[in-house]
Write a protein that binds this ligand. Structure first.
Ligand code: PMP
Length: 353
């Protein structure tokens, strides 16, 4: 077979998404999805969507959706950028804001896509270890020469959050560097920096419809930032795809934003279950950092992470495990419904004997 791969494609180790095995029914606690369905308003928007209009392209910059998001977030539409999942915004932000000659800085244990994007664009990475409480070490990051930062807050896969005040101190301490706060899980923590983008021109906040809005299947994310940062993202978007957010997606997400009360109600249910599940796992001897997300990072118990993952899978429960030195002791467990979490706990108890 002839090999037509570019050097770039050949050289890269892509991100591996959570598995979706189809051999049986699983309780799926491996990709940090929301266990609840989307808002009834979002479902109604989908049902009511005028499919006969699909002969037309969507708005290139999703202006109607931007407007709804801007109003909800307390910013202007020029401060909002919409994309096909927040992964796309993150990808475009590497192209828009980083060059080969200046490193990008992020934690050693964090969303592993940052390293993939940096490698893809040939940008050097300055990697800073978490501190002993599994927290992102902002002080060490501030002392690391770089062009800017990716900070998942709360962090993945640990779930550990950084309070807004600490983030603001950090942002103020590095005025010449860009801080990209990836707030994919922020609605389970409640310390968002969204409003602060009007105050700090070195801050870009990235959010998603995939988690708290229960819309992982529709693929939509957005960024909030100064007009200049949003224009930067738009420049690179327009070198890649003029219409990344389709019309159906834009209509459904706008309806979901209008029904934020539903999002907040389901997020509260998830947070309550998270605390119950954490207590139970601690009682079973696991180390489980306090989480501000919709998942728990559990390990160092009587069973190694890989073995726990494999035994749970046999029992029809999927969790996430990474076979790397830093993570192999742990599993990342998405918080499910009460019934799902009960089955998870029962399975773990059986496995531990
Ligand atoms: N950031 C973090 C920290 C994540 O865990 C995820 C989900 N894998 C994303 C961003 C991307 O989410 P999406 O593309 O579904 O918006």
């Amino acid at each position: 077979m002839k090999d037509f791969l570019s050097e770039r494609a050949r050289g890269i180790a892509p991100y591996t998404a959570g598995e979706q095995p189809a051999d049986r029914r699983y309780i799926k606690l491996n990709t940090n999805e929301n266990p609840y369905p989307p808002s009834p308003e979002a479902v109604a928007a989908l049902r009511g969507f005028g499919a006969e209009t699909l002969n037309r392209y969507p708005q290139p910059c999703s202006d109607r959706l931007r407007q709804v998001i801007a109003q909800a977030e307390g910013v202007a539409p020029e401060n909002v950028f919409c994309s096909n999942g927040s992964d796309e915004t993150l990808f475009l932000s590497f192209a828009a804001f980083f060059d080969r000659n200046a490193p990008v800085c992020y934690a050693d244990i964090t969303y592993s896509f940052y390293a993939v994007y940096a490698a893809f664009f040939g940008i050097e990475s300055a990697v800073v270890p978490l501190n002993k409480d599994y927290k992102i070490d902002l002080a060490a990051m501030a002392n690391t020469p770089c062009k800017g930062y990716y900070i998942a807050n709360p962090n993945a896969p640990t779930g550990v959050g950084i309070p807004r005040a600490e983030m603001e101190e950090f942002i103020k301490s590095v005025p010449d560097r860009l801080v990209i706060a990836d707030e994919a899980y922020m609605d389970f923590y409640g310390e968002s920096l969204s409003g602060a983008v009007l105050k700090y021109e070195n801050l870009l906040v990235v959010k998603t419809f995939s988690k708290s809005y229960s819309l992982a299947g529709i693929r939509c994310g957005y960024a909030l930032g100064s007009r200049a940062l949003i224009e930067g993202l738009t420049r690179v978007k327009d070198c890649m795809n003029s219409y990344p957010v389709d019309s159906v997606c834009a209509a459904v997400c706008a309806a979901a934003v209008a029904d934020r009360a539903y999002r907040d109600k389901t997020a509260r249910l998830v947070c309550d279950e998270r605390e119950r599940l954490r207590e139970e796992l601690l009682r079973l001897g696991f180390t489980v950092p306090q989480s501000g997300a919709n998942f728990l990072f559990a390990g160092k118990g009587k069973i190694a992470g890989g073995a726990l993952y494999a035994r749970l899978k046999e029992k029809g429960v999927l969790v996430r495990h990474w076979d790397t030195p830093a993570l192999s002791e742990f599993c990342r467990i998405t918080v499910g419904t009460r019934e799902e979490n009960d089955i998870l706990l029962k399975s773990i108890k059986t496995i531990l004997g």
